[in-house]
Design a binder for this molecule. Structure first.
Ligand SMILES: Cc1cc2nc3c(=O)[nH]c(=O)nc-3n(C[C@H](O)[C@H](O)[C@H](O)COP(=O)(O)OP(=O)(O)OC[C@H]3O[C@@H](n4cnc5c(N)ncnc54)[C@H](O)[C@@H]3O)c2cc1C
Length: 549
């Protein structure tokens, strides 16, 4: 394929050299796809020009924020469009409780600005220090407090969008408009029919609390707000070039409760009661997680025979009400069979309790260098009564493939993260990854779950969607995509499968990595170390002093 050159009139950075392409061939997940080029537009007009060029040449564009996407939504065979440098942070509108930001602003920056005036931005992915608001809206990101406050969708008031042909429109809740934008006109022509069908048979996984797979058609049919459909579309329907977000007041006081259980069933019952009682977070730490934490020397906060632990948080208007709520959760945990319960009523003890939740990542990073914590079955959610079957099923699949794994997640949402620790020193590691993915996909499908509770489908899960979605739902997703992007230039292969597309293409731990240009390898190693993802990527390529580690 001929090397791409910067489109006529494009004013930003456009690089098609091997170093730049290699550095942008990865995001946070396990996949790697060599892009055709990397573009950093300077402003919205520049992005529109790029989109017009892509549409006329049918060149795929892959929007990108920080590249912390796990299922490969921010990589692909096209031009990576890096919007992480669009970082305009508007003033908080205290009266309206809103803030307007560029797509490259980090979640932590929004929350910091809000807290300075007594407000907060509730969606709290654990990647909040480095993921962008554009990426969060595109994946409908969530976090430990989403069981109470909902995922990102609920907090987006308006989206300023650039569509497939470079046209631009702001989509705002409460003010439907189509204007002269071709994509909106095409969608408007089918939307009444889609809404009527959705209201009869919604595109949902019944009983699942949290879902970022497919398009948000069910939410759109309920609200009639296009914002609800665009949020979670993973860069396949439009670029988000500015976002207006809703904020709420900070919680005056919080308390936390840790409970240890001898069975996962007890923990699941306790989690759903804690949710009903108003807990704002309720995290699950499975035995696999506790074992890794203990083996890495983390202080033991639960008895050795603990099968599952729960960490819950409550909020209150004052110390007395937070304490009362914490004791209510303590009672719920004890009633459900907890062997030990610890309550943290002050900030210091709360931090200590939550250290257990944060203990695993640094320990995983220090494991045997051949053991890679891989994210490819990291995001399934199932109906709450199915969570015990899911956790047991996953443990069996891992054991059958002689692979250790770490299971943890958001018990209150019945959503479990699973990180298999794959020994890449074994000749058959790739086959084992394939078998684990296949087994967990079948298990999730049998339990009526979703493969993506909060991380989205990406290139990893899009080919698997037919195993967890009905044919009717998939057909509706295709119709949405065709209306917004008939030439399939916006992140093709995500949300709607391309013919011949496979779930696991090249994995970044494949020996092929050694074939990368040394400067690119070195830059990628630094990105990994600094955990700063795309924000650093072009800067790293400019660093001439770097040596190959
Ligand atoms: C250590 C770690 C922890 C994580 N924890 C969580 C968690 O707790 N909860 C959670 O939900 N996720 C989590 N994630 C996943 C990830 O951080 C989120 O999906 C995040 O929202 C992605 O933001 P980003 O800026 O990195 O987007 P990217 O990875 O760059 O992109 C993600 C998707 O959004 C699209 N996109 C990006 N920007 C735009 C834009 N401006 N317009 C249109 N499309 C766009 C991309 O094409 C891609 O499909 C975690 C990731 C890591 C590495």
């Amino acid at each position: 394929m001929a090397t791409l050159t910067s489109p006529d009139g494009f004013r930003g950075v456009f690089r098609a050299d091997e170093d730049a392409r290699a550095v942008y061939s990865e995001a946070a997940g396990i996949a790697r796809v060599m892009p055709r080029a990397v573009a950093v537009p300077v402003d919205v007009d520049d992005l529109s020009a790029l989109a017009r060029w892509a549409s006329s040449t049918r060149t795929p564009l892959v929007p990108r924020g920080s590249g912390s996407s796990m299922p490969g939504g921010a990589i692909g065979d096209g031009v990576i469009v890096d919007l992480s440098r669009w970082r305009q942070l508007g003033d908080v509108n205290v009266a309206e409780r809103t803030i307007r930001v560029g797509p490259g602003v980090l979640r932590a920056e929004v929350d910091r600005a809000a807290r300075a005036v007594g407000l907060r931005f509730p969606p709290d992915p654990s990647s909040g220090a480095f993921c962008t608001i554009g990426g969060m809206a595109s994946t409908n990101a969530a976090g430990s407090h989403s069981m109470h406050f909902g995922a990102t969708r609920r907090w987006v008031r308006a989206l300023d969008c650039v569509f497939d042909d470079g046209s631009r429109a702001e989509i705002r809740r409460g003010s439907p408009r189509v204007g002269n934008v071709a994509a909106l006109k095409r969608f408007s022509a089918i939307s009444d029919r889609l809404i009527a069908t959705e209201l009869r048979t919604p595109s949902i996984h019944a009983g699942v609390i949290k879902d970022s797979s497919g398009y948000g058609l069910a939410a759109y049919a309920q609200s009639g707000e296009l914002v609800d459909l665009l949020v979670g579309s993973e860069g396949t329907l439009a670029f988000f070039v500015e976002l207006e977000l809703d904020l709420i007041p900070v919680a005056p006081v919080t308390s936390s409760v840790l409970g240890a259980f001898e069975s996962i069933e007890q923990a699941v019952v306790a989690a759903s009661r804690a949710r009903a009682a108003g807990a704002v977070a309720c995290e699950l730490l499975d035995r696999t997680f506790l074992d890794v934490a203990a083996s890495g020397g983390a202080p033991r906060q639960v008895p050795p025979d603990t099968e599952s632990a729960l960490l819950a948080e409550v909020e209150g208007d004052d110390r007395a009400s937070a304490e009362k709520s914490a004791h209510a959760i303590e009672e719920i945990f004890r009633d459900a069979g907890a062997t030990t319960v610890r309550i943290a009523l002050d900030e210091h003890t709360e931090t200590e309790l939550w250290e257990l939740r944060h203990a695993a990542s640094p320990i995983l990073a220090r494991l045997d260098p051949n053991l890679r914590s891989m994210q490819f079955v990291e995001d399934c959610a199932v109906p709450p009564d199915k969570l015990p079957d899911y956790v047991r099923g996953v443990r069996e699949i891992l054991a059958a493939n002689e692979t250790r794994g770490v299971i943890f997640g958001h018990a209150g949402d019945s959503h479990a993260h699973v990180n298999p620790l794959v020994d890449v020193g074994r000749a058959d590691w790739r086959e084992r990854v394939e078998r684990i993915l296949d087994g967990v996909t079948s298990l999730t499908s049998a339990l009526g779950g979703t493969l993506a509770g909060e991380h989205g489908d990406g290139r990893l899960r899009t080919p698997l969607m037919e195993r967890v979605w009905s044919g009717e739902a998939l057909e509706r997703f295709r119709e949405v995509k065709a209306a917004f992007d008939p030439k399939n230039v916006l992140n093709p292969g995500v949300k709607v499968v391309l013919s011949g597309e496979r779930a696991l293409g090249t994995i970044k731990y494949d020996p092929a990595l050694a074939a990368l240009p040394p400067r690119a390898r070195s830059a990628l190693a630094r990105v990994e170390r600094e955990r700063a993802y795309a924000r650093l990527r072009l800067d790293l390529l400019d660093d001439k002093t770097e040596s190959d580690p």
